[in-house]
Structure formats: C-alpha cells, structure tokens
Design a protein around this ligand. Structure first.
Ligand SMILES: [Zn+2]
Ligand SMILES: [Zn+2]
Length: 275
C-alpha cells in the first residue's frame, strides 16, 4: 500500500486554509516529501511526521511556491536531531545553488546554536543530487523514477513516479501534458496533478495571472492525461485560481467530462491510499 497525504494544496497566493505545494508519500516504512511550500512543517506534523522522519525530500522545480519552506525542513531537522542526520535532497539542475543560498541565509542561526548548545557540534548536512530523468532511488521495496516535464519557460522541471509492492503513485508537479508525464502516469493508481481553471483565469484582468495559463495543466488536460494513461484516481491540487468555497463539484465535473475514474478535489491533509 502507498499512502499519499496532501500537505499543501494552495497556489502562490497566500490562503488561510491551504498551505503551499507539498505532498507526503509513505510506502514500505519510508516517508518522502515532494516539494516544500509555505507551512510544510505544520502540515507534516498534522500528518504525524517529524522532519527527522523524512527518508528524503524531492523537488519538482525551483519556483518559490514549491520551495519556500525548504529552509525550515533543513534547519528544524538539524536542530531537533540528537545525532548528525543528513537531509537527502533530489531536484532539478540548480538545486545545489538554492541549498547553498539557504545555508548562507541560515549562517547566523547556525553560529548562534553551535555556540549555545554544547551537544550540538555539527552543521546542517544536505546531500543534493541534481537530475533530469532516471531512477532516483531504490530502497526498502520502494523505487522512485523521475522524468522531465514541461513547465516552460521554467526549466528543467521533473515529475516523479513512486512504485511499491505493485502500486504506483505519480507526482506530476507544475506541467502541461507531455511525453514525460505520460510515461510516469502509465497505469498509475494515484496521479496527483497541480491544476488551473483556464475558464476562470482568463477572466481575471491581470496579465500576470493570464501568463500562468500556458504552463499549467488545465483541469481538463489533467483528466485527459489520467484517461490516456489508464490511471485509477486523479487528485487535483495547487488549484489556480483559489477555489471559491463550495465550488469543488465544479472542478470535479470538468474533470469528469474527460475521465471515468475517481476524482479527488484536494484539501490540506486529504489522505489517499492505493488498495
Ligand atoms: Zn511552477
Ligand atoms: Zn506552482
């Protein structure tokens, strides 16, 4: 069984009820965090997981709404751990540059804590692996595969396929439909996709909003990707624009025009499990 917990279902616009992009995938005793948006550690605790319990952190891309609380994951793991503990981090090219910047920003804090706590004698340790595609890791019966996705002009971006005991979960990230996404989604049990309502965004009289239409999957496109690849459950997250209260049925109805399987409208801490 693979368990997916939506930690943050929000978009870049702050929302009192939706954290920033982050999804927890638990399988075979491992806990993997995909992206680390606003409020990730509060939601992680809501799912019963401490930062030190994360097996690895994997980033889909380096847009701020997906990484803004990565510093919190790194520093809180460091300061809460009784022994040195490495944060293993996978992401696209330039992930190391982001981590170097985070560690530079945390330098005063690191110095204060090292000086104050006698039993803390090591600095935060982040092992970064940058990749475009391929097998990310294989451990304890879990295999994670990455493929290039299409969120241009943001590039590179990657999606992930998590396999365990015959079950498959896909974290699409911000992307339009593309070959890489199709190969990740083939026969998946659960496909988590960040989505946008082009019918609504096109009515917002602000160019900066309208710019987002052409580099996200619309709800219809996410549903078409799910249908084309024989996915069992489609999970909508990172909804753009922020859904009006009580509008979940509209989003589901749009997807249902293109996809016969189960459609889940994501809220923070929604849990979805494979059989
Ligand atoms: Zn993005
Ligand atoms: Zn995003």
């Amino acid at each position: 069984m693979i368990k997916v917990t939506l930690l943050g279902t929000g978009n870049p616009v702050p929302d009192p009820n939706r954290g920033g992009s982050a999804t927890l995938v638990q399988a075979g005793g491992n806990a993997y965090l995909f992206d680390a948006g606003r409020g990730v550690l509060q939601r992680l605790l809501g799912a019963g997981v401490l930062p030190g319990m994360l097996s690895a952190v994997l980033l889909t891309h380096l847009h701020s709404d997906h990484i803004t609380d990565l510093n919190d994951v790194i520093t809180t793991r460091w300061v809460m751990s009784p022994v040195p503990s490495v944060t293993r981090l996978w992401g696209p090219q330039r992930t190391q540059e982001v981590v170097d910047g985070i560690l530079a920003m945390l330098q005063p804090d690191i110095e204060y804590r090292l000086a104050h706590h006698e039993d803390l004698s090591w600095t935060p340790d982040v092992a970064v692996t940058e990749l475009n595609a391929g097998v990310v890791l294989q451990e304890n019966g879990v295999r994670i595969v990455a493929e290039a996705t299409d969120h241009r002009p943001v590039e590179p971006t990657i999606g992930y396929r998590i396999e365990h005991d015959g079950h498959v979960v896909v974290i699409g990230g911000d992307t339009i439909p593309c070959d890489g996404l199709d190969s990740l989604c083939a026969n998946a049990d659960i496909y988590v996709q960040t989505v946008l309502r082009d019918d609504l965004v096109s009515m917002i009289p602000m160019q900066r909003f309208q710019d987002t239409i052409d580099y996200h999957s619309s709800v219809a496109q996410a549903a078409q990707t799910a249908a084309r690849n024989r996915v069992k459950k489609l999970v909508l997250t990172h909804m753009v624009p922020t859904p009006a209260p009580g509008s979940a049925h509209e989003w589901i109805a749009i997807a249902a025009e293109h996809f016969d399987g189960e459609i889940i409208f994501g809220e923070d801490l929604t849990v979805i499990e494979t059989q």
